[in-house]
Ligand binder design. Structure first.
Ligand SMILES: Nc1nc2c(ncn2[C@@H]2O[C@H](COP(=O)(O)OP(=O)(O)OP(=O)(O)O)[C@@H](O)[C@H]2O)c(=O)[nH]1
Ligand SMILES: [Mg+2]
Length: 379
């Protein structure tokens, strides 16, 4: 799975990307710091079934820390979007096509209102302006791809459109649904924008992540106004606070567990100040909001699930004796055979059924798997 981070310049996209992936990327308080896309691996989190089964896992593809599994996903961060990007303005549509390959989108906005549309310092800037601009550019870009379709009224209109939108990871079934729901008979500027909107809604859920919450006193009021105006889901975060915690943890200065910061080493005056600010954010909001946002997008808006396949349902091991080794992220409607296909094409070919290791019962072959399920595939 791939998540794309989008938004106008200087809102903190790369800070969020770095907090999620710990890749070394450029972050600066000036417009258009990022030019080339940053790509890396971040993690969604889920309780490790080791707690339930009272065993200790031997992670293989997804690390475990204190009973939490970290399941990898791809993240891409791109240059700041400008008005007209879909027509090639700014850094244009090269990166738009790249970001549109993503399965879900995080749109970062600056909730503090301390930077304007061009990324320069200001006061009380209304981020709704940015949301409208990004919304518009994404739709126009997808519409321009749909408009590449040459339909002369002979073939199936969905088939023609799919040839173009498959490149931006829109499903065939989605194109079919969109054409049917909107009653599309021809492809023109107007119908293309309508189709673009509905395709986005179905295949690329977008979460608006209100960054820099550390710089506002009235977060709830600001969120309320935005929620009133737009149909999107909104969450808030401080990417800078999350990044500071991650880096301090990596360097062995602090430990962050059960919502509390513990100091491990003596901190310098400057470090102590930084940690105090973060401590206050956590006391006020409960967390920096970053991990929650990613989990919400993947598990709630996209409906993905994590499945733990094992070969031995009693010992919960794979063929190498590793306990609960793998955690696979699968799409919403994946059934047990789909999980088998994720393991290996041979496993899928010889699939005879699956057992839920928590209940010991066989699961229905045509029902979607459940989030956190431990499955033994019968071959
Ligand atoms: N107060 C505060 N500042 C932040 C936060 N996140 C990022 N910043 C600051 O915002 C500025 C821009 O951050 P970047 O991550 O480079 O922003 P960007 O959206 O990637 O910018 P471009 O690549 O230029 O489009 C930097 O000075 C960051 O330190 C945050 O959560 N709180
Ligand atoms: Mg950047």
């Amino acid at each position: 799975m791939k998540i794309g981070i989008i938004g106008r310049t200087n809102v903190g996209k790369s800070t969020l990307f770095k907090a999620l992936t710990l890749e070394e990327v450029e972050i600066e308080d000036r417009p258009f710091t990022t030019i080339e896309p940053n790509k890396g691996v971040g993690y969604v989190t889920i309780d490790c079934p080791e707690k339930y089964f009272n065993v200790k896992c031997t992670p293989h593809n997804a690390p475990c820390a204190d009973g939490t599994r970290f399941v990898p996903i791809n993240i891409i961060d791109v240059a700041g979007l400008v008005e007209g990007a879909s027509e090639g303005k700014g850094l244009g549509n090269k990166f738009l096509s790249e970001i549109m390959e993503a399965d879900a989108i995080i749109e970062v906005i600056d909730i503090s209102g301390n930077t304007d549309s061009s990324g320069n310092k200001t006061k009380d800037f209304d981020p709704a302006i940015d949301i409208e601009m990004v919304d518009n550019e994404i739709k126009k870009w997808i519409a321009s791809i749909i408009l590449r379709s040459r339909y002369v009224g002979k073939e199936d209109i969905a088939d023609i459109i799919f040839k173009n939108v498959s490149g931006i990871n829109i499903k065939y079934s989605t194109v079919k649904e969109v054409v049917k729901e909107l009653g599309i008979k021809e492809i023109n500027d107007e119908t293309a924008v309508k189709m673009a909107s509905l395709m986005m809604k179905k295949d690329k859920p977008l979460l608006v992540l209100c960054n820099k919450m550390d710089s506002v006193q009235d977060l709830d009021e600001r969120l309320r106004k935005l929620r009133e105006k737009f149909d999107y889901e909104f969450m808030a975060c401080s990417a800078a606070a999350e990044l500071t915690i991650k880096e301090a943890e990596k360097n062995g200065f602090i430990r962050f567990k059960d919502g509390k910061l513990e100091r491990i080493k003596e901190l310098s005056g400057e470090q102590e100040n930084a940690i105090k600010i973060i401590d206050n954010i956590i006391k006020k909001y409960g967390s920096t909001g970053v991990r929650e946002a990613l989990n919400h997008l993947v598990f709630e808006l996209k409906g993905y699930k994590v499945v733990f396949p094992v070969e031995d349902e009693k010992r919960l091991t794979d063929g190498f004796g590793r306990i609960l080794p793998d955690a696979y992220l699968v799409e919403k409607d994946t059934n047990p055979k789909g999980v088998a296909a994720k393991i290996h094409s041979d496993v899928a070919k010889n699939y005879k059924g699956a057992v839920d290791c928590k209940t010991g019962l066989k699961v229905k072959n045509d029902s979607p798997v459940k989030n956190g399920q431990v499955l033994k595939i019968l071959v």
